[in-house]
Design a protein around this ligand. Structure first.
Ligand SMILES: Cc1cc2nc3c(=O)[nH]c(=O)nc-3n(C[C@H](O)[C@H](O)[C@H](O)COP(=O)(O)OP(=O)(O)OC[C@H]3O[C@@H](n4cnc5c(N)ncnc54)[C@H](O)[C@@H]3O)c2cc1C
Length: 376
């Protein structure tokens, strides 16, 4: 009998693990959404409907032998996974791949493609009535959103509120990258209000039309008709049972070994954003994790100890500000970091989109061809 593998979460890491074990194991992929969401392009799709087909994808053809179960996992113990219904799955191997929660529109609350697309269409309709929007949070997601919005809605005034003294406040961010991003955004009229948080969130749901005046703790008033929350993302690991909960850190990541098994567990693995690997959380890294876990499960199935180990990925930040702008920083093999301009950033973003896509991309509808990597 083939080994039973339950994969929890069908994003980048989970769908890659499920697909790569499908030929040797009985795989069940549990995912509440009705398809794969290509989050790397989510903010582009929020601003530009032509990107929706690239971002919201059916799982059709992902698994030949295995199956995708559309449900939430509510509890995980070694070898046993309980679903939101009364269903109980027993497994020889369990792989956790539940990622991070982000507010709309980086992720949508609607679990169906149709619902997500309708929510984005309503938001874009509302945006065309707005003079100004407020983005709360000046980290990579907030600034990427500001870039996409100002590209798609040229007359829209975007105000980014960041409670630290500067946007992109992370210590790992190169000053040159920060300066480049600030320059590109302010050239488009984006207003950066730093050094104080909002006293209270605006009285409307994020991404919905509703005129308001918000105030920062420093007394700056901001009038706008829509707002977005771009902070407070957290790894989704609530489902660990009482015996596993000690493996969850304060930041909600789970403790893993270099083989990406949970500490003290040899048949329970984790991949992607939820791991406590000291590295940037990226789709490309989730894919690397998937390769390690697949190899280790294959080893264990063959009666060998796990042979693959993950080394924390090199630092890399790709900050697109719309389809033709942005900046990136990439750590080199010798530990130095290079900062790249708009042209290279566009290429790196496209690389990430392509490398982390499901294997058989559907034909793109209405998406303009992207610049090719120079061959020299
Ligand atoms: C706006 C934005 C831009 C980004 N740009 C880039 C980029 O350019 N390059 C890059 O490499 N990375 C980028 N990232 C980061 C990248 O999206 C994440 O690192 C990546 O999604 C992590 O993959 P994952 O497999 O861990 O989780 P995810 O891809 O988030 O998948 C997790 C899945 O688990 C499911 N799930 C959650 N809870 C449960 C449960 N209880 N039961 C069952 N299923 C569950 C979710 O529905 C989801 O489908 C970006 C992220 C954002 C938000």
């Amino acid at each position: 009998m083939a080994a039973r593998v339950v994969v929890v979460g069908g994003g980048y890491g989970g769908s890659a693990v499920a697909r790569q074990l499908d030929d040797v194991a009985d795989v069940v992929l549990v995912e509440p959404r009705d398809g794969f969401v290509h989050t790397v392009g989510a903010l582009r799709a929020a601003a530009d409907a032509a990107w929706e087909d690239r971002v919201f994808r059916p799982y059709d053809g992902l698994l030949k032998r295995g199956r995708v179960l559309q449900d939430w996992v509510r509890s995980v113990s070694p070898g046993v996974v309980l679903l939101s219904t009364t269903q109980r799955l027993e497994a020889d191997f369990v792989v956790l791949a539940t990622g991070t929660s982000y507010a709309f529109p980086a992720k949508t609350g609607d679990l169906t493609r149709d619902g997500a697309v309708a929510a984005l269409a309503r938001m874009r309709d509302d945006l065309s009535r707005c003079d100004a929007v407020l983005v709360e949070g000046g980290g990579p997601v907030g600034l990427e959103l500001a870039g996409e919005l100002t590209h798609a809605f040229e007359d829209l005034h975007v105000v980014v509120v960041e409670r630290e003294d500067r946007v992109l406040p992370g210590e790992d961010v190169e000053p040159e990258l920060r300066e480049s991003v600030v320059r590109q955004l302010t050239d488009r009229g984006v207003e950066l209000v730093t050094g104080a948080a909002l006293v209270a969130p605006p009285p409307y749901e994020v991404g919905r039309y509703g005129p308001f005046v918000a105030e920062t703790a420093a007394g700056v008033s901001i009038g706008a008709q829509m707002w977005f929350r771009c902070h407070g993302a957290r790894p989704l690991t609530d489902y660990l049972d009482d015996d596993l909960v000690a493996l969850r850190r304060r930041d909600r990541t789970v403790r893993v070994t270099r083989h990406l098994s949970l500490v003290g567990e040899d048949r329970l693995f984790a991949v992607g954003d939820i791991t406590d690997m000291p590295e940037d959380k990226r789709a490309t890294v989730a894919h690397e994790h998937a390769g390690v876990v697949v190899q280790n499960i294959r080893d264990l199935m063959a009666g060998h100890p796990p042979s693959a180990a993950h080394r924390p990925a090199r630092r890399r930040l790709v900050l697109a500000l719309g389809p033709d702008a942005g900046a990136a920083q990439v750590e080199q093999a010798d530990g130095s970091v290079v900062v790249l301009g708009a042209r290279d950033t566009v290429r790196l973003k496209e690389d990430d989109l392509t490398r982390t896509d499901l294997p058989a991309p559907v034909a793109l509808v209405g998406v303009p061809p992207q610049p090719k990597r120079p061959t020299a």
